[in-house]
Design a protein around this ligand. Structure first.
Ligand code: ZN
Length: 133
């Protein structure tokens, strides 16, 4: 029984993704988008306008994070370079493919691997506590 509980804990995040997608598709959720939204820019906070055309205002985050010379710019530049290398004939498509690969596969995969490490360590700690008492 305990093995089943640990197994269910291990696969729970994997089940959450198809459940969430099914819920979004079944309900016609506003989170389901077929195009990048066009939104007017606001003076005091970022909107989709900032995403589509760049920030026309002073960002709230430090430039080291949000600026073109900071983490944001480096990330976009890296994705653009990788996209151009992946699909030289259509760099825009390559950018999209690399963007999805990094943020929808690699990053969640890394987080899931770390989650499994945490579960494994938790099992070991519990086993050690049982042995100590
Ligand atoms: Zn902005």
């Amino acid at each position: 029984m305990k093995r089943l509980a640990w197994f269910l804990l291990a696969i729970a995040p994997l089940l959450a993704v198809p459940v969430a997608f099914t819920a979004v598709l079944a309900t016609g959720s506003p989170f389901l988008r077929t195009a990048i939204p066009h939104e007017a820019h606001a003076r005091d906070h970022c909107t989709w306008h900032c995403h589509n055309a760049g920030c026309p205002h002073a960002p709230r985050l430090p430039l080291a994070l949000a600026g073109d010379d900071g983490l944001y710019g480096d990330t976009i530049g890296g994705l653009k370079s990788a996209g151009k290398a992946a699909v030289p004939s259509a760099p825009g498509v390559g950018y999209g493919v690399v963007n999805l690969a990094v943020f929808c596969v690699a990053w969640p995969g890394l987080m899931y691997a770390l989650y499994l490490v945490v579960l494994s360590q938790r099992r070991k700690i519990i086993a050690l506590r049982r042995g100590a008492s």
